[in-house]
Design a protein around this ligand. Structure first.
Ligand code: PEP
Length: 262
């Protein structure tokens, strides 16, 4: 993987109170060995209401685990009832934020313009965006999934420089996640070949848009019904640097096992 450190990010979605969050993070960290936490980067993405608790736990106990949010506003402050800004997340020392998750695109009508604006907001506040792209079942059946995903990538990266995409230091650039919508929460995981096909195409597109060095530096995750049992197969793909894990990240042992395999 040419120096790209594997990343396993647990997207908890709208689950767990702040008290339950503390319990889950403790269980995950304590079931992993130091060298396992060294080898792969482990990140949890709790709901907003648990971020402060997770921050206090991680910083107070110096736990080797990262955390971030599942969404952020495109703007920094103002009359946006219910929204949470990048400045607020950065004040909580969030390292990551997912942008363009298919549930946000579908349930909150976030189009490519909104996704690009949110990506820009994350970068403005020094938070690594995990940009999610992926096709629905209709697109997959039509066989146009690669073009669909690269178009989502192009739209989100509009106007960004290679330096912004790469980040100032290794591991601080943007992260991509290929998440076929038909595989999210359905138990239907993409085959390793299907996952590698799109992840490879995304990296090739980055090389075309920017340069080889930038493309090689970006970590690309697969997401969609990842479990311990299918992790090794998925991560065997040359362009797959980790996983975005939904449902299985709520089970401490299952999530820890995925991290161990990575
Ligand atoms: C996700 O929500 O990003 C996801 C991949 O969910 P699941 O693992 O449950 O399919």
């Amino acid at each position: 993987r040419e120096g790209r450190r594997p990343l396993i990010a647990g997207n908890w979605k709208m689950n767990l109170t702040h008290l339950e969050a503390i319990g889950l993070v403790q269980k995950v960290v304590f079931s992993l060995k130091e060298e396992e936490l060294d080898a792969a980067e482990v990140v949890v993405l709790p709901p907003f209401t648990a971020l402060r608790s997770v921050q206090t736990l991680v910083a107070g106990d110096k736990l080797a685990i990262g955390y971030g949010a599942q969404d952020l506003a495109a703007v920094d402050s103002g009359a946006y009832t219910g929204d949470v800004s990048g400045a607020m997340l950065s004040a909580l020392a969030c390292g990551y934020v997912t942008v363009g998750h298919s549930e946000r695109r579908a349930l909150h009508a976030e189009d490519d313009t909104v996704v690009a604006a949110k990506l820009g907001a994350a970068l403005r506040h020094g938070i690594v965006p995990i940009l999610c792209v992926g096709e629905g079942l209709d697109v997959r059946r039509a066989g146009t999934h690669v073009a669909h995903c690269t178009a989502q990538l192009d739209a989100a990266l509009e106007g960004l420089s290679a330096e912004q995409v790469r980040g100032a230091e290794p591991g601080t650039g943007i992260v991509l996640a290929y998440e076929p919508v038909w595989a999210i929460g359905t138990g239907e995981v993409a085959t390793p070949d299907d996952a590698q096909e799109v992840c490879g195409a995304l990296r090739a597109r980055l090389a075309e848009r920017f340069d080889t060095e930038t493309a090689q530096s970006v970590r690309i995750l697969y997401g969609g019904s990842v479990k311990a049992a299918n992790t090794a197969g998925i991560l065997a793909g040359a362009d797959i640097d980790g996983a975005l894990v939904g449902g299985a990240s709520l089970d401490a042992e299952e999530f820890a096992q995925i991290c161990r395999i990575a």
